[in-house]
Design a protein around this ligand. Structure first.
Ligand SMILES: [Zn+2]
Ligand SMILES: [Zn+2]
Length: 196
């Protein structure tokens, strides 16, 4: 009779902030970025210090955004991580290798409220992108190069503020939804989407 393959009970990972090794218990196909509270706390502090809470309960990151409206934060001196992934790890636990962290809210990549996040496959991720209207074809979206959905237009109008401490400015909103600033200003001024 063959011996059963015995796996060790833990796996050693390297903390991306302090560089120290730490133990991760089974199952193995999971990743984790930060070792313990001593490394989690400062990252969480930086996230909170640069975020605002929207009317819809989103915790919206106000720092630098990547072009498609997602955000990264430095966790170590040279290591950057997606903020929604960091949030998931802090509040919910390790992320399985084959899964993505997805948003339930329209705040897209800027929101890191763990209640607005869920795990899903790459397929779910692509489905979300379609649903969020990049390829949508509903009323109002047919006009010119408009790529916003009605839901996004409502979000823009209720969260816009000239002062970025009170809300989201035009530049941020443009990045968030992958459109140019003129599109955002048209929505805010009511030049477009007049039926909403
Ligand atoms: Zn650490
Ligand atoms: Zn949210």
């Amino acid at each position: 009779m063959k011996d059963l393959i015995r796996f060790p009970a833990t796996k050693t990972l390297i903390c991306k902030r302090c560089g120290e090794p730490f133990e991760m218990s089974r199952p193995f196909r999971k990743t984790r970025t930060l070792c313990s509270l001593k490394c989690i706390a400062p990252v969480l502090y930086r996230l909170a210090a640069k975020s605002i809470v929207s009317e819809t309960g989103c915790w919206l990151w106000q720092g630098f955004l990547q072009n498609h409206g997602h955000a990264k934060i430095f966790v170590g001196s040279r290591r950057m991580e997606w903020i929604h992934r960091v949030s998931w790890e802090i509040f919910k636990g390790p992320i399985p290798d084959d899964l993505c962290v997805l948003h339930n809210c329209i705040g897209t990549g800027m929101c890191w409220n763990p209640h607005h996040l869920r795990l899903g496959t790459q397929f779910d991720n692509n489905q979300d992108r379609v649903k969020q209207g990049r390829e949508g074809n509903r009323k109002g979206e047919i006009n010119g190069r408009a790529v916003l959905t009605e839901e996004q237009v409502r979000f823009i109008r209720s969260n816009y503020s000239r002062n970025s401490r009170d809300g989201l400015n035009q530049n941020t909103l443009a990045k968030m939804f992958g459109v140019d600033q003129g599109t955002i200003s048209g929505v805010i001024l009511g030049k477009t989407w007049t039926h909403l």
